[in-house]
Structures are given as C-alpha cells and as structure tokens.
Design a binder for this molecule. Sequence first.
Ligand code: HEC
Length: 97
Amino acid sequence: MKKILLVAAAAALSVGSFSVQADGGQMYSSLGCSGCHGAGGKSAIPSYPSLAGKDAAWTVKQLKDFQSGARKDATMNAMAPMAAGHEQAIADYLAGQ
Ligand code: HEC
C-alpha cells in the first residue's frame, strides 16, 4: 500500500513539469528498481545486472518478457509488472545514463 501511494504521488508530481526522462528516473527509483540495480542503473552488486546505457528497446523487451513469463526470474517476474505502462520511460531514462 505504501508503495502504491508513493507511485501515485510520483505520478501526480510529474504531470506537466518534468521531461519524459525525469519521469522514467522517478519511476525507476520510486518503484524500488534502484535498490537492486543501483542509482542510475549502475549496479554495485554483481548479482544485480547494471542497466545503464543499455539499448532502450532491449530493456523494454526484457521487462515485457519478465511480465509475460517468457523470461523467468522470480524477483523480476514480481517486479516487472509494477513497471507496466512505464517500460519505455524507464528504458529511455536508463539508456541515457
Ligand atoms: C530485489 C532486487 C531487484 C529489484 C527490486 C529489481 N530487479 Fe531487475 N533484476 C534483478 C535480478 C536478480 C535480475 C537478473 C535476472 C536474471 O538473471 O534473469 C534483474 C534483471 C533485470 C533486467 C534485465 C537485465 C539483464 O542484463 O538481463 C532488467 C531490464 C531489469 N531487471 C529491470 C528492473 C526494473 C525496471 C526494476 C524496477 C521496476 C527492477 N529491475 C527491480 C533484481 C531486481
């Protein structure tokens, strides 16, 4: 519930005042992605892949594959649905890091 409120707050704050890249960055941290993948997608933990600088289309596909179960990982199968509707914004943000 706390997480849902945070996401709603981030979405409300972002309306009209930030670029797409800022929205993606906000989603990336408010959804907790940065907790594993690091600030700006630069992971300091070997078991969590770095996402910075990856091709945005590739990142979107990984997220969709985790959502559908085509790509299996217990953690990401649980996390990816939270990014639904924001895959492109998050991927664009990460590609620019
Ligand atoms: C609890 C830790 C954790 C959180 C939180 C998390 N991830 Fe991940 N993520 C992982 C792990 C572990 C993998 C590697 C899965 C595998 O080996 O297939 C991964 C893989 C990925 C990949 C594929 C990277 C690659 O090199 O293949 C993407 C893209 C990704 N995560 C995006 C996200 C996004 C976006 C969020 C936030 C919605 C997120 N992750 C939240 C742990 C996490």
